[in-house]
Design a protein around this ligand. Structure first.
Ligand code: ZN
Length: 119
């Protein structure tokens, strides 16, 4: 969680659990389940493991991690905690969501600053 001070006090105890429950503890983009164990097959691809695969990972020295879902702000504004603006996402989908927004912001900012100079 970046910019922790911009999150409301009830974020951890109320909002985050509410959104995880509403979204059935699954990433709303790729459906990966909260707290599932697995490994990253590549930087961007998480493979969920059942007990047999976990055993296989152990035998092959593949690092298994537990995936924790995050709550994404669709408009990228951490102060907008309207439930319609929040979605459960895995770390990978969260980054993709935020990257799309930063790209858009980069495209808009130069135009805004140019407009301000002309005022
Ligand atoms: Zn995802």
């Amino acid at each position: 969680m970046k910019n922790r001070d911009r999150y409301p006090i009830e974020w951890t105890d109320v909002i985050r659990p509410d959104i995880l429950k509403r979204d059935n503890y699954k990433c709303t983009k790729c459906n990966v389940v909260h707290r599932s164990s697995g490994y990253y097959a590549s930087k961007n691809s998480f493979v969920t493991c059942d007990e047999f695969m976990l055993d296989w990972c152990k035998r092959n020295n593949i690092k298994v991690v537990k995936l924790f879902l995050q709550i994404a702000h669709l408009d990228n504004d951490p102060s907008n905690n309207d439930y319609s603006n929040l979605k459960a996402m895995c770390p990978r989908c969260h980054i993709i969501n935020d990257m799309a927004f930063s790209k858009l912001k980069r495209m808009c900012v130069p135009r805004i600053s140019t407009d301000l100079k002309s005022l």
